[in-house]
Design a protein around this ligand. Structure first.
Ligand SMILES: [Zn+2]
Ligand SMILES: [Zn+2]
Length: 175
């Protein structure tokens, strides 16, 4: 989905549809999987110094719970406004046009904007900082690694294994 900047008129153009999106390795955070076709709807508007893309993206994604690593499905919906400026544009040349809030600046190269890349980036930006399988997920035991949602272990909470040898030494000296 390439948006050729020279082919845009100064009338807003609406683009919408569904697209299968696979995120390349290294481009995504650990374990992110996009399950369903990504639905998008946006308006492309050419301005004097760049191209404003405003719209929304919806995707069904799967990530790992940040506490217990169980897989979690998330229905992600994100609104965005991105102002694309040519990579070789002069610094400051576009600032006068930016009277809007909530606007991200991005650069495009070679005369076109890669719509798929934009969607992929917006999905990553839309992910929760810490995904949880459940609000009160107990996570994994920091000492034995067991899933505390399923079973309790006998580890002493708060006891730090690093200090155990020192504590044993102290007990020895004190006796
Ligand atoms: Zn969890
Ligand atoms: Zn444990």
């Amino acid at each position: 989905m390439l948006i050729i900047v020279d082919e845009l008129s100064k009338e807003p153009r609406d683009l919408s549809g569904r697209v299968e999106l696979g995120l390349g390795d290294g481009e995504c955070r650990d374990g992110l999987v996009i399950n369903k076709p990504v639905a998008y709807k946006f308006e492309v508007l050419k301005k004097d110094s760049g191209v404003r893309v405003r719209g929304n993206v919806k995707a069904g994604v799967e990530v790992s719970c940040s506490r217990c690593t169980k897989r979690v499905s998330i229905a992600l919906a994100r609104q965005f406004t991105v102002f694309f400026v040519a990579a070789d544009a002069l610094e400051g040349a576009f600032e006068a046009e930016l009277g809007e809030d909530d606007l991200d600046i991005a650069h495009y190269d070679g005369g076109s904007i890669d719509g798929l890349q934009l969607l992929g980036e917006q999905i990553i930006l839309g992910l929760p900082m810490k995904a949880l399988c459940e609000e009160d997920c107990k996570g994994l035991c920091g000492m034995c690694g067991i899933d505390l949602n399923r079973i309790d272990c006998d580890c002493e909470p708060g006891a730090d294994p690093l200090w155990a040898p020192l504590k044993a030494l102290r007990d020895q000296l004190e006796s």
